[in-house]
Design a protein around this ligand. Sequence first.
Ligand SMILES: NC(=O)c1ccc[n+]([C@@H]2O[C@H](COP(=O)([O-])OP(=O)(O)OC[C@H]3O[C@@H](n4cnc5c(N)ncnc54)[C@H](OP(=O)(O)O)[C@@H]3O)[C@@H](O)[C@H]2O)c1
Length: 315
Amino acid sequence: MLWTVDSIPRQNGRIALVTGANSGLGLETARVLAEKGALVILGCRSLKAAKRTRRQLLSEVVPANIDILKIDLSDLSQLNSATYQLFDNYPKLDLLINNAGVMAPPLTLSRQGLELQFAVNHLSHMALTLRLLPLMARQSAGRVVTVSSGAQYMGTINWRDLQGRENYDRWSSYSQSKLANVMFSLELHKRLKESSVDIASLSAHPGLARTNLQSTSIASSRAWQEEFVYKLINPMFQSPRMGSLPQLRAATDLAAQSGEQYGPRFNFRGYPKLCPAARLALNSQARERLWVISEELIGNLVEISEGKKILNTQN
Ligand SMILES: NC(=O)c1ccc[n+]([C@@H]2O[C@H](COP(=O)([O-])OP(=O)(O)OC[C@H]3O[C@@H](n4cnc5c(N)ncnc54)[C@H](OP(=O)(O)O)[C@@H]3O)[C@@H](O)[C@H]2O)c1
């Protein structure tokens, strides 16, 4: 049987934070969760875009419960202040959708001097998750959904040059960050399970979906040949609504289990189904190594000690 929006149970009483919620898959995820009755917090780097999106959703979804959070994932040092209001204003957090992403820009550095895709797609989402674990642990059956990509299957971790300092390739760095998403998701699953914490960690990949991701990538890299390729393969792309189904399934399907990944039926399009994680993400030593490096890079910039305590990983 096909899994559609109609398969999603009511979400009344649940609180969800979606990063990158002002466009594309994040916007659709926020819309559907609001339609199903969740209180949705739109995590956006631009307050203006967040307010506009909130107004839009409130006019389209009646009734809807929508809040906003300004969060820029390219600067780790902002994550503490950005998230204080969550601890102050909400009794709990049921769903964290690590969705925001940037694809294949020319070499760009985060505020901390880290390669942007590694920083935004992987590192900040890991920091955000560890930061918010105490809020999520206040109730049972929370879920963390980390959005990856089909690029995970082509990705490798360049241990020698993680930040692309010696030799930056914008597509290899994107694939690396998307493989890192799955490695993080699986390692989090393992650690939550070992600590007997009732929070699930799943990943999802959307296949090909028509969003701002492609146009932003072309505009930043001026790779007009890629624009031509996108035009050629345009019919293969799905709507953002279809593209958001795997992450919605990972977030809401009562039968979904921690450690699983959902993706489109035909890998690049189709209704969501269980799909295997990239082979390299199954290597537990590599996952552990990435986790340790990532924690070091997060350092003291984000208050994650309570989250680490929950995972029993605090030294
Ligand atoms: N669309 C696809 O075919 C496809 C395929 C595979 C994987 N994905 C993954 O799906 C996820 C969602 O992408 P999308 O397709 O929906 O693209 P999108 O429409 O471009 O959405 C990306 C979102 O991420 C936000 N973002 C970018 N940099 C940020 C930062 N520094 N801090 C906070 N937010 C930031 C963007 O904010 P602004 O609007 O302010 O830029 C936007 O809201 C990404 O993780 C992407 O890798 C998409």
